[in-house]
Design a protein around this ligand. Structure first.
Ligand SMILES: NC(=O)c1ccc[n+]([C@@H]2O[C@H](COP(=O)([O-])OP(=O)(O)OC[C@H]3O[C@@H](n4cnc5c(N)ncnc54)[C@H](O)[C@@H]3O)[C@@H](O)[C@H]2O)c1
Length: 268
């Protein structure tokens, strides 16, 4: 069988442990013939979990704090060197809110934390794209995917300032998608994923309820991390060549639902 990503090279940001969505994407991309560098914040390396993935996928690890322009520049330089040329895809799977971590209610946010949330979870996409753009690090028709959540459009009260981060992330993908598309035919999209049990996901208060509600509301149920990995591989591949500047819902239909009668009248 042909491998969808045979000959393609990339960078996958954000694999922390086996639950991470980036972890599943890495496994699938490897299976489909891609070669890539794994990157995460230096602090995340301390847990050492990523080494297992690195061995499994034969992928070097290069640490970079995605809020540091200097770290990103070095990461791209080393990646271009180790891959022997430009890359074809990037997965941005990075998110963190100190306000969520410290359980600050939305009406009592700490603004230093808010800055950090936006920097880590949204501006980092701009930094990654700008670094790649200036270094001309992505091949023509390359593909960049960042992971988002529907709280960028609708209210999920406990998602806190991550809602603003996701709205900004999606906007960066659209705006940079224009510039990168015009200049180099590089595609930039966000994928808005169902609630998924991961370190970042489970940090949101009431996550089990988020998960169960979305699962019951969606005609197909929640999309799993493995489903997401398949979709990302498809977006990295040449089969999604003309898709850019989109926020693509990967949520079993949740985003189009108004009411699911079965939830209130189980016999229907
Ligand atoms: N889990 C969900 O329910 C869900 C749903 C939709 C979207 N998402 C998004 O998916 C993405 C991945 O999250 P996940 O659920 O796999 O959880 P995760 O905790 O496994 O991944 C988050 C990653 O961000 C990395 N990170 C944090 N700060 C960083 C920094 N300064 N520089 C570089 N990396 C940094 C972490 O080390 C970690 O690897 C996030 O953007 C998240 O918001 C998650």
């Amino acid at each position: 069988m042909t491998q969808l990503l045979k000959g393609k090279k990339g960078i996958i940001f954000g694999a922390l442990d086996e639950q991470s969505m980036a972890w599943k994407v890495a496994e699938k991309a490897y299976e489909e013939g891609a070669t890539f560098v794994l990157s995460n914040a230096p602090i995340a390396m301390r847990m050492g979990e990523i080494n297992k993935l690195s061995e499994k996928c034969n992928a070097p690890i290069i640490a970079a704090d995605a809020t540091s322009d200097e770290d990103l520049k070095v990461l791209f330089e080393k990646t271009l060197e180790s891959s022997g040329g430009k890359i074809d895809f990037i997965l941005h799977s990075i998110g963190m809110s100190p306000n969520v971590r410290k359980a600050r209610p939305y009406t009592d946010l700490n603004y230093e934390y808010f800055h950090k949330t936006l920097d880590v979870s949204a501006m980092s996409l701009h930094r990654v794209l700008q670094t790649a753009f200036k270094m001309d690090a992505i091949n023509e028709w390359g593909s960049v995917v960042a992971l988002s959540y529907i709280a960028g459009q609708r209210v999920f009260p406990y998602y806190s300032d991550m809602a603003e981060a996701k709205a900004m992330l999606e906007s960066v993908a659209r705006s940079f998608g224009y510039h990168y598309g015009k200049a180099k035919n590089v595609r930039v999209n966000t994928v808005s994923q169902s609630p998924t049990f991961t370190t970042a996901g489970s940090g949101v208060p009431g996550f089990q309820e988020f998960f169960d509600y979305a699962d019951s509301m969606s005609p197909l149920g929640n999309a799993s991390a493995d489903d997401l990995a398949n979709f990302c591989v498809c977006l990295f591949s040449d089969y999604a060549r003309m898709v850019t500047m989109q926020n693509l819902y990967h949520d079993g239909g949740f985003s189009s639902m108004g009411i699911n009668v079965g939830m209130i009248l189980p016999e229907k």
